[in-house]
Design a binder for this molecule. Structure first.
Ligand code: M6R
Length: 610
């Protein structure tokens, strides 16, 4: 995830900014850059690769000045490269911008600027901001930035400076996190607290839609939309550096679970046109005509990514009526899959480096089949080798247990299904618009679930000594059960199995006896009654059942011991909500057992060996 640092004061800006960026390295990045107001004007340097590469370039020709902005980039629009690294400037290098997040309508603004004669040197959405500021500049960077922000749609955070007004920095937060630090005769911008901790512990945590104007004398806050002044209290940080890297959470996993509203929002980002309520996938190189020819799909992945694929299968089959087979990559690569001329292979990998998934991709390509990758890492092997790529914009995932990558993968699969349905005409524009509306509500609904953790915490406490438990569900609830069970196993080390509820009586029911914990998902209206019958079967054998139901369901509690309610949405979007409490449950069970949540035993984040 991109990192932003800004400084205005009396000290050496380059030193402070590079130091701050090094504290944001944990967020992951592929290039870095810095701009400083020197005595000769605005100067900048940027480089693909680690911060050390940038530092090497600055050796011998430092940027000397006391005002500057810096950035570590985690590529979204455009590959990792010197040109795509931030800061971006206008053609005359009078304005410099660093940016975290996505400008959803950048293409429209870019076209407008190109028509006015502006030329672009990068593939990024960020560069439009620098040109837009130059184009709109009215002698006051604050009002110019306010007007520019009104033109830009998306979820982003910005650091802005201009040679025309050397005693000011502007920071804007629209969804992507940003903080502003206040020191003695100096002020700071940072994406996260660790970047500033060495210099100040007094910060303003900007809320969505807030803008800060930084000078040496202090910080003024505004509503970015209306320009009205805002007063807010300084937050005094008493965390140490390690706590700060985790955003004050106890672990990266908990931080990443809580980042899901943002990850889902960013991943939908520019791919939903809010006016037409249709899905746009400008990243796809293949034509709609070609896409429409595919009538058979394999989804190939490992672990959690494979579980996302199981949800994707149901959604694609429902919306597009194209058969989808989900395969475990380590099996698929040694199979002799039956490819028809119109088969598409979709590989899913958070890291983009999983050995089995990569091998499956290569096998498919060798057979002449087109491969579409869904991955979280720009520049990864999977991203480079696939014919087509749809990125999840979840930001780097540090914890071994995958959480925000899963939800983002499911979002991409939903978007892909909708796009395919548009192209093949299997859903009407009205049906697509209704689904899009519901998808846009998901981040807020995930946010609601994240606030209600008490019941999950106490349930986790109650299972911390058990040897084994069962997850049951049908259709999409079964797909989510598999993910809930994997999460619990991998970080709590409690044995668990996920079963298709209707399959229990074909063997596994023999394991149900007094007090065996069963987690039953009953969120799918079509098979709700069947699910209740399966719950009755386990209850009759003495199981202690925690049920998951949709809000408004007053029935389930009559059959189970406890119920967790989740907000209602369209049935095939429900997995994106149901999975959240299951992730939290695994997390609380793991901490209740005193485990290292972020680094479970025997496991690695990226499995690059077979
Ligand atoms: O990076 P990938 O998505 O290809 O990784 C695949 C699996 O190793 C991964 O999803 C694993 O199952 C998770 N750590 C589980 O939380």
């Amino acid at each position: 995830m991109c990192g932003i640092v800004g400084y205005i004061g009396e000290k050496n800006a380059q030193e402070i900014i590079i130091g701050g960026l090094s504290k944001l390295e944990y967020r992951g990045y592929d290039s870095a850059g810095i701009a400083v107001l020197t005595k000769d004007g605005l100067a900048y340097e940027k480089a693909k690769g680690r911060l050390a590469v940038l530092e090497e370039r600055l050796e011998g020709k430092p940027l000397t000045g006391s005002v500057g902005i810096g950035h570590t980039r985690w590529a979204t629009h455009g590959k990792p490269s010197d040109e795509n690294a931030h800061p971006h400037t206008d053609a005359h290098a009078k304005f410099a911008v660093v940016h975290n997040g996505i400008i959803e309508n950048f293409l429209a603004i870019k076209e407008e600027l190109i028509a006015k004669g502006y030329t672009f040197v990068s593939e990024t959405d960020t560069e439009v901001i620098a040109h837009l500021l130059a184009d709109m500049y009215d002698g006051d960077i604050v009002s110019t930035a306010q007007r520019a922000v009104r033109r830009m749609r998306g979820a982003y955070a910005l650091g802005i400076m201009t040679e025309h007004e050397p005693d000011k920095l502007v920071a804007v937060r629209l969804a992507s996190p940003l903080i502003v630090g206040v020191g003695d005769g100096e002020s700071f911008i940072g994406s996260d607290i660790p970047a500033l901790l060495e210099h100040t512990r007094d910060v303003y945590i900007l809320n969505e839609g807030e803008m800060a104007v930084l000078t040496r004398e202090g910080v003024e806050l505004y509503n970015a939309e209306t320009g009205e002044r805002i007063e807010k209290e300084l937050f005094h940080v008493d965390w140490d550096l390690v706590q700060a890297e985790k955003g004050g959470y106890d672990s990266f996993m908990l931080k990443e679970i809580n980042e899901q509203p943002q990850a889902v929002r960013d991943t939908m980002g520019a791919r939903i046109d809010p006016e037409t309520k249709r899905v746009v996938l400008p990243e796809l190189k293949m034509s709609d005509a070609e896409l429409a020819t595919y009538d058979r799909i394999y989804i190939v992945a490992c672990g959690t990514s494979m579980h996302a694929g199981l949800v994707g299968k149901e959604v694609i089959e429902k919306l597009v009526r194209v058969p989808v087979e989900v395969a475990i990559a380590s099996e698929f690569r040694y199979r002799d899959p039956i490819y028809t001329p119109n088969t598409l292979v979709i590989v899913i990998s958070q890291s983009g480096e999983t050995a089995d998934t990569l091998a499956a991709l290569r096998e498919a390509k060798k057979s002449g089949v087109k491969v579409l990758a869904i991955t979280n890492v720009v520049g990864s092997s999977v991203a480079r080798e696939a014919d087509e790529v749809l990125f999840t914009w979840a930001g780097p995932e540090v914890a071994v247990a995958s959480t925000k990558a899963y939800t983002s993968q499911v979002v991409v699969l939903n978007l892909f299904a909708l796009y395919l349905a548009q192209v093949k005409g299997t859903q009407t524009p009205e049906q697509i618009a209704e689904i899009v509306d519901q998808m846009l509500q998901l981040p807020a609904k995930i946010g609601e679930i994240l606030k209600r953790t008490d019941a999950l915490r106490s349930y986790a406490e109650s299972i911390k000594e058990v040897n084994s438990l069962f997850f049951i569900g049908r259709s999409l609830d079964y797909a989510v059960s598999l993910e809930g069970s994997l999460k619990l196993k991998e970080i709590s080390y409690i044995h668990s199995e996920a079963y298709a509820a209707g399959e229990l009586k074909h063997g596994t029911l023999a394991l149900i006896e007094d007090n065996v914990p069963v987690i039953a998902l009953a969120t799918q209206p079509d098979i709700y009654e069947k699910m209740i019958s399966n719950i009755v079967e386990v209850k009759a054998r003495g199981a202690r059942v925690l049920g998951f139901a949709l809000e408004g369901d007053e029935e389930l509690i009559k059959t189970v011991d406890e119920v967790i309610h989740i907000p209602a949405t369209l049935p095939f979007l429900t997995p994106l909500l149901t999975v959240i409490p299951l992730q939290l449950l695994a997390y609380y069970a793991s901490t209740a057992r005193g485990n290292d949540v972020d680094k479970p035993r025997n496991l690695a984040k990226s499995v690059t060996v077979e």
